[in-house]
Design a protein around this ligand. Structure first.
Ligand SMILES: Nc1nc2c(ncn2[C@@H]2O[C@H](COP(=O)(O)OP(=O)(O)OP(=O)(O)O)[C@@H](O)[C@H]2O)c(=O)[nH]1
Ligand SMILES: [Mg+2]
Length: 384
């Protein structure tokens, strides 16, 4: 019967919707259990072997998809410690289980306890300890190992992160500027998962860019779906904020927000998530400049952006950010209609990224210089 119903339903079962298949896996839940310790041997004072640990190892060049495919059951159990016996007074320990995860993974238990973060290739972390072996103090009974579900959260490593309200044209820009082919539609929340694109330059330099689901007002308090993806821009070098020159309205029951207000609200959401994001270099793109009356609106935005602080001070406390973002560049574009605008964005991105990496290098070299100087400090008898 079971066999028959499975046969029938298998045919009816629909494949996963396409939009759920696109994008990439940025979190994975696995179940880990350390091995239990072996029992001791009271007669001879024998000690049971320790249970094996579950260990993760960060590895460059793999994705969570690889981890998932390597073990579809998503269970990792270490071996149990052997019992003490006449032949082995000290029971041999159980073997550890080591599995590979991508660099940039944060591990959290289901109860929200942070186990750790792996940010370098080859870094290892014990995520479930094995139980201790049985000995005189615990009545010769081995204890259980730690066992719980663990969530792996991957922070994407892209050079540039696209942030904006839904429908602003983030995916349109990604499509025009890179080889990625994201879904584009005239309704909000078309993008439901982060999508990575690569911008290629003539000199073969490549810059990666991440398109994230749209943010909305109150995203910080978990409204909409963009907030959980903000973790990805924590590691980007540059923010590319994109807003619709006509503003945004989620649906008729929500207020219409003008272009300037959307900039302010995005600023606020970023600040609520992590204030450090505001220190990143950022470019502001005013999109949909091909629409009617856009030029006048853009001129207004340009004027106000010169004194953005003054503009936000007129708003209520719960809408305005404490610290306004300092945009390096403000560009008016039409991502959909103008190829030359897209090229302009591409060039500006490159210039700014080069500048950022130069700045980082020069700050590094200063350190080296001061390190070099250290050994040459004058040393001699102290004159009294
Ligand atoms: N007129 C005009 N329409 C544009 C422009 N750029 C994007 N659009 C349109 O705006 C709509 C939304 O574009 P998307 O690229 O899907 O927007 P998004 O920011 O990725 O939206 P979400 O994924 O929902 O967050 C689509 O209908 C696009 O065709 C533009 O420069 N001019
Ligand atoms: Mg999109």
């Amino acid at each position: 019967m079971v066999y028959l119903s499975r046969q029938c339903f298998d045919k009816i079962r629909k494949p996963l919707r396409k939009y759920l298949r696109e994008g990439f896996r940025d979190s994975l839940r696995v179940f880990v259990s350390g091995g239990p310790g072996g029992n001791g041997l009271p007669k001879f004072g024998g000690v049971g072997g320790k249970g094996g640990d579950v260990i993760v190892e960060a590895t460059e060049g793999i994705s969570l998809e690889t981890v998932y495919k390597a073990n579809i059951s998503k269970r990792y159990a270490a071996q149990k410690g052997k019992h003490a016996s006449h032949n082995f007074i000290l029971g041999p320990p159980g073997e550890d289980v080591v599995f590979k995860v991508p660099v940039g993974v944060r591990l959290v238990t289901e109860l929200g306890k942070k186990l750790g973060e792996l940010n370098e290739d080859g870094e290892k972390l014990v995520i479930a300890k094995g139980g201790t072996g049985g000995h005189a103090k615990n009545g010769f009974l081995g204890t259980r190992g730690q066992a719980y579900p663990v969530k792996m959260d991957l922070k994407l490593i892209a050079d540039v992160g696209l942030v904006g309200f839904p429908n602003a044209g983030k995916s349109t820009l990604l499509k025009a500027i890179s080889e990625a082919r994201p879904r584009i539609a005239s309704y909000p929340f078309t993008t439901v998962r982060p999508i990575l694109g690569v911008i290629s330059y003539e000199d073969h330099r490549q810059v990666s860019i991440a398109d994230l689901p749209g943010l909305i007002e109150g995203a910080y308090s978990n409204r909409g779906m963009g907030h959980e993806f903000l973790k990805h821009i924590e590691r980007t070098k540059l923010l590319l904020m994109i807003v619709d020159v006509n503003g945004f309205q989620l649906s008729p029951q929500y207020p219409h927000r003008s272009c300037l207000e959307t900039i302010m609200l995005l600023n606020k959401e970023l600040e609520l998530y992590n204030e450090d994001l505001l220190n990143k270099h950022a470019i502001l793109l005013i999109n949909k400049m091909d629409s009617e009356g856009s030029e006048a609106k853009y001129q207004e935005v340009r004027k106000v952006m010169k004194n953005f602080k003054g503009f936000i001070s007129t708003y209520k406390e719960d809408l305005k950010p404490n610290k306004p973002i300092n945009f390096t560049d403000i560009l008016a574009i039409s991502a959909k209609e103008s190829q030359s605008d897209v090229l302009k964005v591409k060039t500006r991105l490159r210039n700014l990224l080069d500048l950022v990496s130069e700045l980082n290098e020069s700050s590094d070299s200063e350190d080296v210089y001061s390190d070099l100087k250290k050994p040459f400090v004058e040393k001699g008898p102290v004159l009294v």
